[in-house]
Write a protein that binds this ligand. Structure first.
Ligand SMILES: [Fe+2]
Ligand SMILES: [Fe+2]
Length: 286
């Protein structure tokens, strides 16, 4: 596909310009193990995910930055700047969450260190096209998570308001910039069969690696807290994430849309969720 057609596709489907918002959430440290409905299982599921984020966001920024000089479209250039600024803010706020998490559960530090080392290794050893492929795959994944957080209020119902506001803010900005890295990818890789194979391979590898680390890490945190055998905790976890909100089962279908040869993140047009920005920003940022 020519550069011209790619720009046409972008302008017709995506006119959301991400905005840098320098927000601090001052999460109450004493709630870190129980901020979600008083449950360690629910809270640590999200806390464990957070351990991946400061170094993950850094990795995404570097992967996009490595190709920034190839972007000529002035709108996409501006979006890239905003993407970098947003991911930097997310990294900072998740750093704050991880610090209080690690203070309460010291075992979490080893998990974060492992993820940081893995990403640093990839940064120096994987070709930049692979790193951008992994980035757009994980951006797809975070966009799906974000869509669920924002479209089903039950996902964060009963959570401490500051933790909930921080996660909603992150979800809103992930939605705003969900196509930025992808559009950089199409600009530099095009939409031929090589790009398709590399993009889909990136999602498969990223999915296996992510869950392959996330699940044992979550179990390790629960074990450290003496909650691994807590049946009531697991029942609540199952009810919340599987049966009631269907948060986990609902990941599968949108995940698979990525394999369509003509996939674009804004095919799923969920711009309406961005109307929550004012409420979220009014509620929890300090
Ligand atoms: Fe982010
Ligand atoms: Fe992102």
């Amino acid at each position: 596909m020519s550069m011209h057609t790619i720009s046409a596709r972008r302008t017709s489907s995506n006119q959301v310009m991400p905005i840098r918002r320098d927000l601090k959430f001052q999460l109450p440290a004493d709630k870190v193990t129980t901020w979600h409905r008083g449950s360690e299982h629910l809270s640590h599921f999200v806390n464990t995910f957070s351990l991946f984020l400061p170094s993950g966001e850094r990795f995404f920024i570097d992967a996009v930055r490595a190709y920034r000089y190839r972007v000529e479209d002035p709108v996409l250039k501006e979006e890239v700047m905003a993407f970098i600024a947003q991911e930097a803010m997310h990294g900072r706020e998740h750093r704050a969450l991880n610090d209080v998490f690690i203070a309460a559960v010291p075992e979490a530090e080893g998990i974060e260190r492992f993820v940081t080392r893995l990403l640093a290794w990839l940064k120096h050893n994987a070709p930049r096209s692979y790193r951008l492929s992994g980035t757009i795959a994980l951006e797809h994944f975070t966009a799906i998570l974000a869509d669920q957080v924002l479209s089903d209020p039950r996902v964060l119902e009963g959570a401490d308001p500051r933790y909930a506001a921080m996660l909603r803010w992150h979800a809103l900005e992930e939605t705003e910039h969900k196509a930025v890295a992808f559009d950089v990818w199409e600009t530099v890789m095009g939409r031929g069969s090589r790009a398709y194979v590399l993009r889909c391979g990136g999602l498969l590898v990223a999915t296996v690696v992510f869950w392959g680390i996330a699940i044992p890490s979550f179990l390790r945190v629960l074990r450290a807290r003496g909650k691994l055998g807590d049946r009531a905790g697991w029942r609540l976890f199952k009810r919340h994430f599987v049966t009631e909100t269907r948060f986990l089962p609902n990941l599968v279908k949108p995940w698979a849309t990525y394999f369509r040869p003509d996939f674009h993140p804004w095919d799923h047009d969920n711009r309406h969720v961005l109307s929550q920005l004012d409420t979220v920003l009014g509620e929890g940022a300090y």
